[in-house]
Design a protein. Structure first.
Length: 314
């Protein structure tokens, strides 16, 4: 039977079979149609500045952060150019986790340790996490946020800028909360929202790099402090090796008119030579020196009569 299929011994038209297959495929097509589009890259970072892991695409010397990325800066800050605008500066040796948050261009910034700076317009679904505190956006604005977490949990936060957003902070382990206003610079001791230093002055973001010094400054970094007695002078280049004794003698010599000059300092290990104010004799020439030696040995080994003025022995 062409065009007829059998099921359970009973034939049914081929058209019904195709319709049933199509009907069965509609839910699958609808499911695929309802799936969200592939996430857009969150930002780009130079691979020479940080160790980057997670969902990423590497193109040459730059890594595109696609999803659930981790950025650990090397010994200098690493800048992440955000796709939504602005940037994140991950301070030296610090680690940041960057994820999509909700829908649209909202992001989750997770700081494990160290410090970071976020310069970007906010999204209502933005989230910032530290080991102890959760930050959410209460009122939109332009983030100029500097954040630092020390080893003992002290969390320094600076919500800088005239257009800074209002942030709501909540404790991950209690019901405590704190409302951070634009321009506030605070320190949460041990990460506790109940122990707040509201007049914090220490910087919260990346440390300012030290200016380059020339060779003279590198050899003597604190000349003014040394001259004022505030710092010890640098070690001498001919200092004794470890384990050996080294004695350094410093003596001020002075005398007034009419007083004999002080004796010269001498090394006791070498006999001091007798000094004389007479000018040294002119060294003899080679010919005179040979004749002088000859006369000396002749007198030494050749006996002769005693001098005329010699006194005889008793």
């Amino acid at each position: 039977m062409d065009g007829v299929y059998h099921s359970m011994g009973r034939p049914f038209p081929r058209q019904l079979t195709f319709a049933a297959a199509l009907f069965a495929a509609v839910p699958a097509m609808a499911t695929r149609a309802q799936q969200p589009p592939a996430p857009q890259p969150m930002g780009v970072v130079a691979t020479a500045d940080a160790l980057v892991t997670g969902g990423l695409e590497v193109q040459g010397s730059r890594a595109r952060l696609v999803s659930n990325a981790s950025v650990t800066a090397y010994d200098h800050p690493a800048a992440i150019e955000l796709a939504r605008g602005g940037d994140v500066l991950v301070c030296a040796t610090s680690q940041l986790h960057l994820l999509h948050s909700g829908t649209g261009q909202a992001l989750l910034f997770g700081l494990d340790r160290g410090a970071l700076e976020i310069h970007s317009p906010t999204d209502v679904q933005d989230v910032i996490l530290t080991p102890d505190i959760r930050f959410t956006v209460e009122q939109l604005g332009a983030l100029d946020l500097r954040l630092r977490v020390t080893r003992d949990g002290d969390t320094c936060v600076e919500n800088a800028g005239a257009r800074a957003p209002v942030l709501m902070l909540s404790d991950a382990f209690s019901q405590a909360s704190y409302r951070l206003l634009p321009g506030q610079h605070v320190l949460f001791e041990h990460g506790s929202l109940r122990e707040v230093v509201d007049n914090e002055r220490s910087p919260c973001g990346c440390p300012t790099p030290a200016p380059a010094r020339n060779a003279a400054e590198a050899a003597h970094p604190f000349p003014a402090a040394i001259s004022e007695g505030l710092a010890a002078p640098p070690a001498s280049a001919n200092a004794a090796p470890p384990g050996e004794k080294h004695t350094q003698v410093t003596e001020t010599l002075s005398y007034g008119a009419g007083q004999p000059p002080p004796p010269a300092l001498t090394d006791t290990s070498i006999p001091a030579a007798t000094t004389s104010t007479a000018p040294p004799p002119t060294p003899p020439g080679a010919h005179d020196l040979i004749h002088a030696l000859g006369r000396f040995f002749h007198k030494l080994f050749t006996p002769g009569p005693p001098p005329a003025d010699a006194t005889p022995a008793n």
